[in-house]
Design a protein around this ligand. Structure first.
Ligand code: 2AM
Length: 188
């Protein structure tokens, strides 16, 4: 598949599956991992590995490795101020069996960061899915659909950076590796 500017997103040798995401630090990761365990008791399914917990900003998919350098150079216009993200909602989607944690209110800089990335990537010729940005952290897959207890989730995540992540698909769940992280604007 060739996109407008000649960027190839295809399954072939020499490709990598990548996406932009928020990657939590140790404390937030531990809190989300604990929430995942509580969630799994209700929904069953398979928990996200603790070291793979993230929030996707823009999913790109398979790209030729030789265009990776372009993804490793986000332009200045992408960057927003750092922000506080409060994950105070959790639930599951029946359609895809995902159990998630999410903010009940999306902070403007998060919405802007995702929109800026999307605009940059589309402008650079990458084909992204046309789906509304619904920020969430996937905690359980193959989950049953069941109500979760109210008010069990409140995680304060100070977001100071975003990252490009490499995804390696495996039968027991994808493995993720951070390729690079960029600091957001501080003290704005
Ligand atoms: P999900 O957790 O809701 O499945 C890596 O696969 C990350 O990119 C996951 O967080 C996944 O969201 C997200 N993602 C978004 N679009 C995707 C797609 N088309 N295929 C796979 N993952 C996608």
């Amino acid at each position: 598949m060739a996109a407008g500017n000649g960027v190839r997103q295809a399954l072939s040798a020499g490709t990598q599956r990548v996406f932009f995401a928020l990657w939590p630090g140790a404390r937030v990761r531990a809190e989300l991992a604990q929430a995942a365990r509580r969630m799994q008791r209700v929904l069953r399914g398979r928990r996200t590995r603790d070291d793979s917990i993230h929030l996707t900003l823009a999913f790109i998919g398979e790209v030729d490795v030789d265009i990776l350098p372009r993804l490793l150079a986000p332009p200045a216009g992408v960057f927003t101020p750092a922000f506080l993200l409060t994950l105070d909602n959790w639930g599951s989607w029946e359609r895809n069996g995902i159990g998630w944690a999410a903010p009940s209110r999306i902070p403007d800089p998060l919405r802007d960061l995702a929109a800026n990335l999307e605009g940059w990537l589309r402008g650079a010729g990458f084909e992204l899915e046309l789906r509304t940005f619904a920020p969430h952290v996937t905690l359980v897959r193959k989950a049953q659909y069941a109500p979760l207890p109210d008010s069990m989730m409140r995680i304060a995540w100070q977001v100071n950076e975003f990252a490009l992540i490499h995804s390696q698909l495996a039968p027991d769940g994808a493995r993720y590796r951070m390729l690079r992280a960029w600091p957001l604007k501080r003290g704005a």
